[in-house]
Design a protein around this ligand. Structure first.
Ligand SMILES: [Fe+2]
Length: 363
C-alpha cells in the first residue's frame, strides 16, 4: 500500500501555481509560524500577497518554538476559534507545520492539552496547508505531528489521517537563507526517514524508488548546499529528498533511530536531525543482519558500498558525541522501549541494545 492524500505543488513559483487550490480551502486562514523563518525565507511575504489577491483574510500565530510544546498548540487553537479562521497554513520548518496540524485538530475537536495525543478524539480537522522553509522533516507529506510535553520532558508524536495536509507548497528558494548547520541537521533528518523506511517492518517495494532516489540526492547535494546555500539545483533536490522522506515515513513510520533521538533532544536540546545522525551508524549495524537484502539493494542502486556510505556520513561536520549522564540512561531506556515507533523495528530491540548505543555516543 502507498497512501499520500496531499496535493503537492513544487518548483519555481509554486505559491502562484497553488493559487487556485488555496482559493477553495476557506475564507480566513490562521498562519502558523515561528518568530523568524517564515519572514526571512520570503515565504510569508509571498503567501500574504497571494491571500490578499484571492480576498482571503488571515491572522498570524507566530509563537511556535523549535520543539513546539502542548501549551503553544492550545493557545494557537483558542486564537483560531476567537478569530473564526476556517483553515490553517503552517509556514516554516517542521515545528510550525507540526504545530499547525495539531492546532487544526485541537480547534476542530475542542481538545485540551491532555487530549492532544488521544487520537480517538480526532473526529474532524480544519484544512491544513504546509509551506516548508527547511528540507528535512517531510512533514508536508505526513499524518504526523511531533510535540513536546515540557512537564514530562517528553517529545512524542501522534499520527492520524486527518493530520495530512490538503496542500503542500514547495519552492526551494525558501530554503536559500538557511545556514549550513541547519541545512546539515535537517538533511540528516531526511536521511534518517529514508533509511528508516527501508528498516521498518512496514516497508514495501512501492517505497523503494523514493528511498533510493532521496538518499542519492542527499549524498550528491548536501555538501554542495552547505557551501553554496543559493545553489538552485542543490536546494531543489534536497527539498525533493525531504519530501520523499516524508512520503516514506507516512507509510512505514520511523523506528528506534527516532525513538532514541527524541529523549536526546528533550534532555540535551540536541537538534532533531543531529540526534538521529549520532546513532545512524550504530542503528545500521544493529539492523543489518535483519535487512541485509534491503541494504544490499540500496547500495547497489546508489553504486556505493556500505563502507563508502559510512565514510561519507562520518566526514560530514556534525557533532558525533554528547555528554550523557547515568541518570539519563536509566530514565531514557524505559521511555524509548515504550515509544510507539518500537513496534516497527526489524528485530526485537532490547534494553541492552539501547544502552550499548547510548554508551557508544557518550563523550
Ligand atoms: Fe524526523
Amino acid at each position: 500500500m502507498f497512501y499520500c492524500p496531499v496535493r503537492i505543488i513544487s518548483g519555481d513559483n509554486a505559491m502562484q501555481k497553488a493559487e487556485s487550490h488555496l482559493a477553495v480551502l476557506g475564507k480566513k486562514a490562521l498562519i502558523v509560524s515561528g518568530r523568524n523563518s517564515a519572514k526571512l525565507s520570503g515565504a510569508l511575504e509571498d503567501l500574504n500577497h497571494i491571500l490578499s489577491r484571492l480576498g482571503i483574510a488571515s491572522c498570524i500565530f507566530d509563537k511556535v518554538t523549535e520543539n513546539p510544546v502542548l501549551q503553544d498548540v492550545i493557545e494557537g487553537s483558542e486564537f483560531m476559534r476567537e478569530q473564526a479562521c476556517d483553515f490553517v497554513i503552517g509556514v516554516g520548518g517542521g515545528s510550525p507545520i507540526d504545530a499547525a496540524k495539531a492546532i487544526s485538530l485541537a480547534a476542530a475537536n475542542r481538545l485540551q492539552a491532555s487530549e492532544l495525543y488521544l487520537t480517538d478524539k480526532f473526529l474532524k480537522a480544519f484544512p491544513i496547508v504546509a509551506i516548508p522553509t527547511t528540507s528535512g522533516t517531510g512533514t508536508e507529506a505526513t499524518q504526523y505531528s511531533v510535540l513536546t510535553d515540557p512537564l514530562e520532558k517528553k517529545k512524542a508524536g501522534f499520527g492520524h489521517p486527518l493530520a495530512f495536509p490538503k496542500l503542500a507548497i514547495l519552492d526551494a528558494k525558501y530554503t536559500y537563507s538557511l545556514p549550513a548547520e541547519i541545512t546539515l541537521h535537517t538533511a540528516l533528518d531526511a536521511l534518517s526517514h529514508l533509511l528508516e523506511g527501508l528498516y521498518s517492518n512496514q516497508r514495501s517495494p512501492l517505497m523503494y524508488p523514493c528511498i533510493y532516489s532521496g538518499i542519492g540526492l542527499i549524498i550528491k547535494q548536501l555538501p554542495v548546499a552547505m557551501i553554496d546555500g543559493r545553489n538552485k539545483e542543490a536546494r531543489a533536490e534536497l527539498m525533493q529528498a525531504s519530501l520523499y522522506g516524508g512520503m516514506v515515513i507516512a507509510q512505514g513510520s520511523t523506528t528506534l533511530q527516532h525513538s532514541i533521538g527524541y529523549p536526546l533532544t528533550s534532555e540535551y536540546n540536541i537538534a532533531h536531525g543531529l540526534a538521529n545522525a549520532m546513532v545512524m551508524e550504530e542503528i545500521m549495524n544493529l539492523y543489518q543482519p535483519h535487512v541485509h537484502k534491503e541494504l544490499d539493494a540500496l547500495f547497489a542502486a546508489l553504486q556505493i558500498g556500505k563502507e563508502q556510505f559510512l565514510e561519507w556520513l562520518n566526514a560530514l561536520p556534525y557533532q558525533k558525541n554528547v555528554h550523557i549522564s547515568d541518570e539519563f540512561i536509566t530514565t531514557a531506556i524505559p521511555q524509548i522501549m515504550a515509544s510507539r515507533n518500537m513496534a516497527l523495528n526489524p528485530l526485537q530491540v532490547s534494553a541492552v541494545d539501547i544502552r550499548r548505543i547510548l554508551e557508544k555516543i557518550r563523550m
